[in-house]
Design a protein around this ligand. Structure first.
Ligand code: ATP
Ligand code: MG
Length: 451
């Protein structure tokens, strides 16, 4: 993309309404614009990050054997009356009436809809196990929408649902989700710690929330400091293996890590004092096992091997796709702007032309642009007639992890400069070397599989 042809409405002033750094930078970097309270338009740069996050979520879901689909945002109230949640959900549910006086609602989650699809089409244990998911906009009429996309009213969520014959199988699905979530967040450059949590209106006993540590987080969390040393890394996991998934779950959940809702002083006292940490966290996902809570009242039953009709065991699993954009910024920024992890950056490399209109500078930038594009990378070329200082400030604010600076002095010796946004360190090298280096850095991050 060439900046001269892009739409990047950067703000000079810090918007007064934004209380936390991610909200401020998202507004200043021209990523979002508020449409009404808790509802945002995603401007091109913000949309690009949102799509990257969505892509990683898709890839990791498919890798774990889950099947993508799409359910609508608007739902009929009938199904919710059947499950008993129409009245239980309260004022967070946006209720709508259509022209025929039918009760509708904008889905805050999809357990009812998916259970209805399941019961209409699946009748035998032979069709199990089954895990379906979608990435779709949700609406919750939050009493206090705030912090930009972190607590919106309309927000993008990946929600998945597993259907299994037995509790044992459903617990494997639970463990498998925990493993795939660890991998998902790490690819986004985040450490998200699974913590024992409370199940809220979804219901059920087994549930973990994934929390990103950040001062601005809304949850108070208590954890054993050893947990932050754990890395999922690039280990190969067979997602069908009950033992392998359980082993990872045990490794990542055996130490104390809880939100304030489940915090237990008596158990906490057993954690060595020098390892006890009290901090704040942002919830970026949650997994549930809730057994037959929906399948029983809604008649989602299958015939088992003996020919008995039994309700299926279910769980649901959510990732806050739009909230993650803010959470990543909270975890990765400095006083000059955002610092995107390579896995989610909107553009892979910035090209700054220090002397626009100079024939050799323009030609060198064009060559770089074409070379990166040919390698499947997306450069953002600042080809505007602007001062160098302004170009650097924009690049720092929007936070591309790598920048190549092209100026007449360096070019005389055949050199350009490669700068890391994170460390600020620069290195002179030939354009060919810079292209090779950047391509190598991104090799592990390019899209892998299509759903
Ligand atoms: P919270 O406790 O933050 O209100 P929740 O536990 O009600 O969230 P879930 O039903 O577990 O949310 O939804 C799955 C994920 O969707 C959450 O982990 C979170 O990342 C995201 N999410 C939930 N509510 C919002 C919101 N209002 N704005 C943005 N993302 C949200
Ligand atoms: Mg939750």
């Amino acid at each position: 993309m060439r900046l001269s042809r892009y739409f990047l409405p950067v703000l000079k002033e810090t918007p007064a309404e934004a209380q936390i750094v991610s909200h401020r930078y998202m507004l200043r970097a021209g990523m979002i614009k508020q449409a009404s309270a808790g509802i945002y338009s995603w401007l091109p740069l913000g949309f690009k990050v949102l799509r990257r996050i969505e892509q990683i979520v898709h890839e990791e879901q498919v890798r774990a054997g889950h099947i993508p689909m799409l359910m609508p945002t608007l739902q009929s109230a009938d199904l919710w009356k059947e499950s008993g949640r129409y009245d239980a959900y309260g004022p967070e549910m946006l209720r709508i009436r259509d022209r025929h006086d039918r009760d509708m609602l904008y889905g805050p989650t999809n357990e009812e809809l998916i259970t209805d699809i399941f019961r209409s089409h699946v009748t035998s244990y032979k069709d199990l196990p089954l895990t379906l998911y979608h990435i779709q906009w949700k609406f919750r009429d939050e009493i206090r929408p705030r912090f930009g996309v972190m607590r919106g009213r309309e927000f993008l969520m990946k929600d998945g649902y597993n259907f299994d014959l037995t509790k044992e199988d459903a617990l494997h699905a639970y463990n498998r989700h925990l493993v795939s979530y660890l991998r998902t967040y790490e690819r986004m450059g985040l450490q998200a710690i699974p913590m024992r949590a409370d199940s809220g209106p979804i219901g059920g006993d087994d549930t973990h929330e994934f929390l990103v540590l950040a001062e601005t987080g809304e949850s108070e969390v208590f954890y054993d400091s050893e947990i932050t040393d754990l890395k999922f890394g690039d280990r190969e996991i067979d997602y069908d293996s009950v033992e392998q998934c359980r082993a990872v779950l045990e490794e990542f959940t055996s130490r104390y890590a809880r939100t304030d809702e489940t915090h237990d002083e008596a158990v906490w006292a057993d954690v060595p004092e020098d390892r006890r940490r009290v901090a704040r966290g942002i919830e970026v996902g949650q997994i549930f096992y809730f057994g037959t809570k929906y399948s029983e009242p809604m008649g989602a039953v299958v015939t088992d091997r003996e020919g008995n009709r039994v309700p299926v065991h279910m769980g649901s699993h959510g990732i806050g796709v739009s909230r993650l954009v803010g959470a990543i910024i909270e975890a990765s920024h400095d006083e000059n702007g955002i610092i995107w992890p390579e896995g989610v950056t909107p553009y892979h490399v910035g090209i700054v032309n220090l002397k626009q209109g100079d024939a050799s500078c323009d030609a060198a930038c064009e060559d770089l642009y074409k070379a990166f594009t040919a390698k499947g990378l997306e450069p953002l070329y600042d080809d505007r007639e602007e001062r160098a200082g302004a170009k650097f400030a924009t690049m720092d604010l929007i936070g591309l992890p790598w920048r190549i600076t092209v100026g007449p002095r360096g070019l005389k010796n055949g050199m350009v400069e490669l700068t890391s946004r994170r460390t600020g360190e620069s290195e002179e090298m030939t354009p060919e070397a810079a292209i090779a280096r950047v391509a190598e850095i991104y090799a592990p991050h390019l899209p892998l599989i299509a759903g």
